[in-house]
Structures are given as C-alpha cells and as structure tokens.
Design a protein around this ligand. Structure first.
Ligand code: SF4
Length: 514
C-alpha cells in the first residue's frame, strides 16, 4: 500500500500459569509482542501489569504509556534502562496496546494512549482496558452517556466501553458490593450494546484477564500457551515471537477468562454471518501472520495468481516475455507479485523498488507527508530501463503515493508501466476501524466511473491499470463471501450502525462532495 491509509491498533495480553510471585516475563514478553505488531500502530503504546503487592501500599495495576514507538516505552536504545523498566514492571499478568487513532482525537498525549485505567477502591472493580476496532454506534452511545451526566474526558471509543463495563459491574454486583459479577454476564451486557468491530482486553485488580471478540470477527484475535504462560494477541506473529507454536483463533462472539485457575472460553454469540476484514489479509496483517487460521503469505500469493489469470495483456506477453519485469510496491505486495510472475512466467524483481525509510508516510500528520513520500523509495534503474514493468500494488485508496512512485520509476526510462492492484475497487468508507470514513477520499469516486480504470491510469501516470476482480479476491481468501467483510468494496455493511453511518456519509458526499 503506497497510499495514505492508516493502520489500526494492536493488542496483546499474557498470564503466568503459576502465579505465585511477580515475574519479569510479563513485561519482557509484552515488549516482544508489541514490537512485533508495531506496524499496526505507531502513535504510542502502553502496558498495564497486574502484580502481587509487595508492601502494604502500592498499585496492583500498574500502567506505563509513551508516545511513539514501542522502543520508547522500554528505554529506547539504552539497554540498561530497558532491563530496569522490565524489572520494575514485573507481575503475574499484563495487557498491551499499540495505537493508531482511527476515531476521535488522533493525538498521542498520555490520556489518549491505552490501556485506560478505571479507578476504584475495590480491587475487583478496578480495571485496565485496551481495545482494537471501532464502534459504529459511538455517537449514540456517547449521547446516551452524556444524558446520564457522564463526564467524558476523551473522544476515544475505549472510554465509552470502559464506562459500559463500569455500569455492568454495578448491575451485576450485589447491593453490598461483596459479590463479584460473572465475567461472561458482564461481557454479554456490554457486547449487546456495542455495534462494530471490537477486540477488547480487560485486566482486573484481582488478577482476572478477560478477552472479548465481536460476533462478526472483524479483527483478528488469537491465543495460545506454552509451559509458562497463556498469551493472546491481534496477530499470530506476536505469539510466535514469544515462543507459542500452537495458535488458536478466538471464535467470533467469544469471551476468554485467564486467571489463576486456568483458561475459560465461552462463545456467547453465534452469528451465521461473519465479517473477517479482508484488508487484514491484503495489507494490515504481517505476511507471516494467519488470517483466521490461513497463511497470509499464501493468500497474497493467490491474489497475484488470480490477477495473472485475468491479465488483459496475457497474449502480448507470450510473444516476448523477456521484455517484462514484475516489481512489487514493497512490502505487502511482495508475495502477490511473486505469484503473478510465477503464473505468467515473468521475471520477478523484488529489489526494483526499495523502501529506504521505515517511517511510513501515512502514519504521520499531513504537514510532514510530502517530505516523507519523496524519501520512502529508492529505484534500481537497471531493473526498469527499457522494460515493460508490471507494478503490483496491494490496494489503491487515494492514489497520491502511487502517482509519486510512478514518477520515480519514469526517471529510469521504462518502456511502459502497467499497474495491477491485488484488491478490488475500494469506494465505500469503513466504520470498523480503518481510517477511511468519507466517500470523497477514494480515487475510484472522483474519476469518471464509465472508463474508471483508464481514468485512474491517466491520473497516476501509468500506461494501463487494472483492479483485482471480486471473484479473484474471494478465491484467494478461501472464504465464502458471507464470511468476510467487503463493505468498503461493495457497500454491503454487516451491521445496523455501519449502514447508518454509510448513509450519512453518502449524503455528505452528494451534498458537499466530501
Ligand atoms: S469495511 Fe473494509 S476495511 Fe473496513 S472492516 Fe470491512 S473490509 Fe475491513
């Protein structure tokens, strides 16, 4: 994705199997997992640790948050400081979060970074919470809380979810505050009120760690165990990073409790329809991760193969294959380009475009974006010179960066540039956690729809341009179309409030062109 699309967030949690004493394993492994998911959010990161209190006073839930990369949270380059931070943040359970704000305030001040702490005098009413997703009914829930005189300190949906849990704790505790609520009842109470994509982790002051996945399964959530601990994370690569090999998908609609007695999983909601976000497979997740148990690397290769099968220039290519090279726009398109080249028997050149700056353009605020785009890629001219280039891109949203990339390549005198996109046309906003919320921001909506692909080619400076067909996507994913979310491609929103938000956005586009 050369475009300016934002990542979502990433979450992870860990629970010691023999929680007799605080251990450095907790923050050490949270650091490893968060680092492995850094690409999901670079605005800031945070952890909350549950620890056995060593003296009379002190915190049972300790929270640490820092703007920027995960390394900032753990001492940066200073290894002694890192050791000290890990030592000081020992415990028996923990949760962690990397943030990219896709709703509300996108800043990185500490009050916006997660986990959020809900304070209370009683240990089992005190909790830390972190969240990955987006609530489609956030405006309605916010209004409802305000009517009840709630003092909302941020416009982050995690805060709203936190208040709903607090209301649930009140509802399910007895009058004398002596009986703890059943965590499945409590989760059910909150899940019924929220519409959208949500993976939630809660760490209570009495040591219970709760994980919740929405009933459509929009965002990935996996868990596993080894001899020392249980762990849960947005992506399987994070679990593998800490030595967990047997990885389980958390079934959509499920709640998992990790505590001193073990692990307890219950599926509370059984939706016929699922809505696994297809963007995770195409772009967001790491190539080494799993998409609902399937290899993302293989899915991406399949996407390239499907593109190749539908390639309009197939007959021309056959005449002189040596004229052509296949170059991915790094890095998420690499596997697709490999599959594309393999089927057409063309030369695959992954080093044609090299990513120089790991600071990804879309992560930054607009003022900095122009500079960053110009220094993201370096081009090896020998690969392109006098060649017809198939440039494989994973998706195109606004098209700004792809146009700039093509300009860079043109300096090397290729014969032609043919852009192929592994994702079908994206032309509807997302209200489930990806930062594209208006109709006016899509290149597909601002170009003439009658000759769309031709128009886009002209706009970005390519000789030809083609999208993946919808069937090609479905074949590559290996799921039925009722099991994936394709709202941003088709306008078919799986939830009531997703539909409502889309109608509002469409009206704005028609009235004001935004
Ligand atoms: S609308 Fe698109 S980006 Fe959003 S969850 Fe659905 S598939 Fe993913």
């Amino acid at each position: 994705m050369g475009d300016n699309l934002k990542e979502e967030c990433g979450i992870c949690g860990i629970y010691l199997k023999n929680p007799i004493k605080n251990s450095e394993l907790i923050s050490y492994n949270l650091d490893l997992m968060l680092n492995r998911m850094q690409r999901r959010g670079q605005t800031g990161s945070g952890i909350s640790i549950f620890k056995i209190r060593e003296g009379k006073y002190g915190k049972v839930l300790k929270t640490l948050k820092k703007p920027g990369l995960v390394s900032n949270l753990f001492g940066g380059e200073n290894l002694d400081l890192r050791k000290k931070i890990i030592k000081e943040n020992n415990g028996i359970a923990g949760i962690g979060h990397v943030r990219y704000g896709t709703s509300g305030n996108r800043g990185n001040t500490l009050d916006l970074l997660q986990p959020f702490l809900r304070r209370h005098g009683k240990k089992w009413k005190k909790f830390s919470i972190c969240f990955n997703g987006n609530l489609a009914n956030y405006p309605e829930l916010e209004e409802e809380l305000r009517k009840r005189d709630y003092d909302l300190e941020t416009d982050v949906d995690t805060e709203v979810i936190m208040h709903l849990f607090s209301l649930g704790i009140k509802k399910f505790s007895d009058e004398n505050n002596e009986v703890k609520p059943d965590f499945f009842d409590l989760s059910n109470f909150v899940m019924q009120q929220i519409d959208g994509a949500f993976n939630i982790l809660l760490l209570f002051g009495d040591g219970n760690l709760i994980a919740i996945r929405d009933s459509y399964g929009f965002k990935p959530l996996v868990w596993g165990e080894n001899q020392d601990f249980y762990a849960i994370a947005s992506e399987s690569v994070a679990l593998e990073r800490i030595g967990i090999r047997d990885i389980q998908v958390v079934p959509p609609g499920s709640v998992i409790i990790f505590n001193a007695n073990g692990v307890f999983l219950k599926q509370l909601f059984f939706n016929q329809k699922k809505a696994f976000c297809q963007f995770e497979a195409i772009y967001f997740s790491d190539s080494g991760s799993l998409f609902e148990g399937k290899s993302i690397y293989e899915i991406r290769r399949n996407l390239g193969k499907e593109l190749a099968k539908a390639e309009p220039l197939k007959e021309f290519i056959k005449k002189n294959k040596k004229n052509y090279v296949v170059v991915p726009v790094p890095e998420t398109s690499n596997a697709a380009a490999e599959g594309f080249a393999e089927i057409l028997g063309l030369s695959f050149r992954p080093l044609g475009l090299r990513k120089l700056d790991k600071t990804r353009g879309f992560i930054n605020e607009y003022e900095k974006r122009e500079d960053i785009m110009n220094r993201i890629y370096d081009v090896i001219k020998e690969i392109f010179q006098d060649k017809e280039v198939f440039l494989i891109e994973d998706s195109i949203i606004r098209g700004e960066t792809l146009g700039k990339t093509i300009n860079l390549i043109k300096n090397t005198n290729p014969k032609a540039i043919h852009v192929r996109v592994t994702e079908p046309k994206v032309c509807h906003p997302c209200f489930y956690g990806v930062d594209m919320s208006t109709y006016g921001e899509f290149i597909a909506n601002v170009c003439d729809s009658l000759n769309l692909e031709e128009e886009i080619a002209k706009k970005i400076g390519a000789d030809t341009f083609f999208y993946q067909k919808f069937e090609g996507l479905i074949n590559s994913l290996g799921f039925d179309k009722n099991e994936i979310c394709h709202a941003c491609l088709t306008g078919d929103y799986p939830t009531e409030f997703g539909k409502k938000r889309a109608e509002e956005a469409l009206k704005k586009f028609k009235d004001q062109k935004i």
